[in-house]
Design a protein around this ligand. Structure first.
Ligand code: NAD
Length: 268
């Protein structure tokens, strides 16, 4: 069987390390290499030794173009500007691009959409099976409950996280808005501070907590009169994200160009 050659950009990062391990342990996959940013201490080191997997004969490089050319698929959990640049490279080289990076703005999204006309790109703020199931459930529940049920999304992440609300919280907000038949941007209340006045009917509110080593908790609350429905997902480790990313790469390989989400990968 031909193995899928998978590269990891940002291979020394928290997710990058998980991804390297997941590729090595997954049947049908071969590690194609890894890159890091200039000045990163991992540069030049053996990817396997650096990741605690023993010698693999692949050194951590800084040439993304070379990695995209040598890979059938590239997994990318880095930073927004870098992932957007990589999408252009993926399109040029015809490699599958799996983007897990969060915090990508509208301008970046436009570039990714353009690149996805030339190659399959899977872009998901959260690659876990459980969270994607939660998104599908939130959409269903929101479609059944009218605006007398206020929707609030609460998330908590570790102290190192730099963007808020989390990409997953925003994804859950979009799922709720879709269920209600509205645009999230038109109803989102992302920040509340000071004299905010009463809650507007139909708003979708967000609250972001930061602290400790919390991997990622998300709750969607539907608060009505006299009752409350709460749908919660708690991530206990990062393996689920890495498993989802590798699954996305295997699924997307050989598909026609397009921008795909995890719900496509999981058939939800
Ligand atoms: P991290 O800071 O530990 O890792 C990011 C890595 O990218 C770093 O090692 C950094 O040096 C590297 N990098 C930066 N610029 C680069 C470049 N030009 N070329 C190559 N590498 C470069 O962060 P993390 O916790 O691993 O998270 C990374 C991203 O993934 C964040 O946006 C986070 O929110 C997101 N994330 C998504 C999911 C998901 O399921 N979609 C899950 C966890 C994290």
């Amino acid at each position: 069987m031909t193995e899928l050659r998978i590269g990891v950009v940002g291979c020394a990062g928290r997710m990058g390390q998980m991804l390297v391990h997941e590729i090595v342990r997954t049947d049908g996959c071969a590690l194609a290499g890894g890159t890091e940013s200039l000045g990163n201490p991992a540069l030049g080191r053996d990817l396997g030794e650096f990741s605690g997997l023993g010698h693999l004969g692949l050194s951590v490089g800084d040439d993304a173009e070379k990695l995209f050319a040598a890979s059938d698929a590239v997994l990318d959990f880095t930073v927004p500007a870098v992932s957007v640049r990589h999408a252009v490279l993926a399109a040029a080289k015809g490699a599958v691009h799996v983007i897990g990076t969060t915090g990508i703005d509208k301008a970046g999204e436009a570039v990714i959409r353009e690149a996805a006309k030339k190659t399959p790109i899977v872009w998901a703020p959260n690659m876990s099976v459980g969270v994607n199931l939660l998104m599908a459930l939130v959409e269903q529940v929101a479609a059944k409950l009218d605006v007398r049920y206020d929707i609030e999304i609460v998330e908590m992440h570790h102290r190192h996280k730099v963007d808020a609300p989390s990409g997953t919280a925003l994804g859950l907000g979009r799922a709720a808005a879709k269920g209600r038949g509205v645009e999230l941007d038109a109803v989102a209340q992302r920040v509340r501070d000071g004299h905010t006045g009463p809650r507007p009917a139909g708003a979708i509110g967000f609250a972001a907590l930061r602290g400790g080593d919390v991997v990622g908790d998300h709750s969607v609350i539907f608060a009505g009169d006299g009752e409350r429905i709460e749908l919660t997902h708690r991530a206990g480790g990062r393996q689920n994200f890495a498993q989802g990313a590798v699954r996305a790469a295997l699924w997307a390989h050989g598909r026609k160009p397009g921008l795909y989400a995890m719900r496509d990968v999981l058939g939800l």
